[in-house]
Design a protein around this ligand. Sequence first.
Ligand SMILES: Cc1ncc(COP(=O)(O)O)c(C=O)c1O
Length: 451
Amino acid sequence: MTDTIDRARLGTLFAAEEARFVGEHPRSRELFAQAQAHMLDGVPMNWMTRWSSPYPPFVAEAHGASFTCVDGHRYIDFCLGDTGAMTGHSPAATVAAAQAQLARGITTMLPTEDSLWVAGELSRRFGLQYWQVALSATDANRFALRLARHITRRPRILVYNYCYHGSVDETIITINDGVPGPKPGNVGPAVDPTVTTRVIEWNDLAALEEALAPGDVACVLAEPALTNIGIVLPEPGYHEALRRLTRETGTLLVIDETHTICAGPGGCTQAWSLDPDMVTLGKPIGGGVPSAVYGFGQAIADLIHADWDYHAADECGVGGTLAGNALSLAAMRATLGEVLTEAAFAWTIPLAGRWADGVQSVIDDHRLPWVVKRLGCRAEYWPRAVPPKNGGEAAAAEDEELDRFLHLFMLNRGILMTPFHNMALMAPQTTVADVDQHTAVFREAAESLTR
Ligand SMILES: Cc1ncc(COP(=O)(O)O)c(C=O)c1O
């Protein structure tokens, strides 16, 4: 019901916010102009074109749950590098461990002792015995998919509509007007993803049953709750049914905890007692130092070993020269041991509750037809009267024009939100005052929209 919003007024308000941003960010503007010379669209990575401001604020420094831009403004950071900095920026323990390791050798293609501690800790958290290291969650997912196809000898995978698991070819697929096909915007797919992948809606058990029935799906790759089309929680019983149906059809279950680590130290796997065959995880586990992992149990390890050509281990499509490097492992050890701890979640999860309550109070006061959703220390609002049941429903309610205004309104008042939707993440250093400041600014935005 975002049609309750006066679109002409929204356009005027957005233009005013753009003018304010430009007026307050002359140095970023200069840098952005210079950056056009040698970077496509003036940014080092294409996602950075997605900010709602006419150009991105260039960062001077980031610490804890805030950063300053080159124009001297300070921002409360609820984006936190889209989870890469869920630990807060440059957490002290990770920095100390990484600094020490930087001086002792960064990459040798040999194991360090830290790897033992990290694998043991992951095993304790996620209940899977064996772990391997990658540099990004994208890679961890790619390797898990390859291994799943290899050991099951099945050609396909299954994912959910509007999932995101990184720039993994097989997963960039959506249901478009009822028909599976490349996700709109999919750049240069090697093959039509329907050749490699089945895609169904989240929480649709009948579709899952039908998709697994032919017995040609190697694995289901799923976040335990969708987080990349906003948060879409599983309905009661969905995970139990997913596990039962995958087992009955000899399909592996790969759970991607890259974002859902927000649910606690062992992600949803631990919090909800899930029992996946494999877990993948990236982004925050190195406290910002590129690191990712994938883990599996004895049964999978046995199947891998049953058909493994060790001569080809270096060119089999799994692994990478820099994966498992000493710096990543030192950073992961410090981050898991001292930053992403029980105590950290005991602070950030209730704080996200406070954030959600604050947003809800504004929604109620202004009778906005929006919902607030939360998973652990991650929370968001969505322009829909009731929570979506699946990715398709969530996507249908997206309101880009409104999102852009809200993001820029926040940014101009010192608050950074995740650019793709109205999502906020709490870091261990986020304060009650930060959360209350968000509520106050959100209230101001709601007032200006409904005035
Ligand atoms: C659930 C999930 N898995 C994997 C990835 C890929 O992470 P990266 O871009 O760090 O490889 C993302 C990125 O947003 C993600 O949300």
